[in-house]
Design a binder for this molecule. Sequence first.
Ligand code: T5A
Length: 213
Amino acid sequence: MMGFFLTIEGCEGAGKTTAKKVVLQWLSAVGREFMETREPGGTPLAEQLRNLVLSEHEESVTDTAELLMVFAARSQNLSQRIEPALAEGKVVVCDRFTDATYAYQGGGRGIDEQRIAVLEQLVQGDRRPDMTLLLDVEPELGLARAKGRAIEQGGALDRIEQEAIEFFHRVRNVYLERAERFPNQYVVIDGSQPIPEVESCIIKALQTRLGSQ
Ligand code: T5A
């Protein structure tokens, strides 16, 4: 069986974690082997890089340093976990991938798309997601949810979550532009719907793309 690379994307609080659970349950129910991971992260070293990206520092973090850290983490995750799992024919379910880099470092920070594309090619070669579930919500709603969850868990917002609302509007716009540009890859799901409706959209998309494999 061929491996399948599925990524889940969206702004803060769009419902990715909720979506991931539905995907994993569906894969178990149909008996498909899977491996789950997230970015930045997925390996011990990549998780350390994640902490560096998301935590606050006394010195300011340059946009280029942030970009390189997410790609350094990605290189580790690809070589240690993603490529081996795909080679074994598994479905890889990854919470965010390079589309997040285009959205956050490209849209949010304003780094030129061509510069990101150079690193994408260097780190990934021709590897691209087979399918991306984009949970789309207005940033105001997503951030309110993320804040609600942070309060519930007694945590604080991370370095990126503290950006101004305009940052997240730019992030969202890039995601939606990419969804239009790559219609075979993207499935856009309205993440502002109640959870049961979001779940049934996800299951429909999985049946369409993976049901016959
Ligand atoms: N990043 C990442 C980059 O800058 N560049 C990169 O290349 C990469 C890979 C990673 C951060 O790193 C950045 C982007 C991010 O800022 P993360 O943990 O992946 O962080 O992302 P977050 O967006 O912070 O993840 P969250 O956990 O906040 O959001 P989720 O997973 O989308 O939201 P979820 O499912 O936990 O839901 C949040 C709350 O809303 C409720 C849930 O119950 C939960 O309480 N909820 C709903 N409520 C009502 N209706 C619905 N439909 C709901 N769906 C969820």
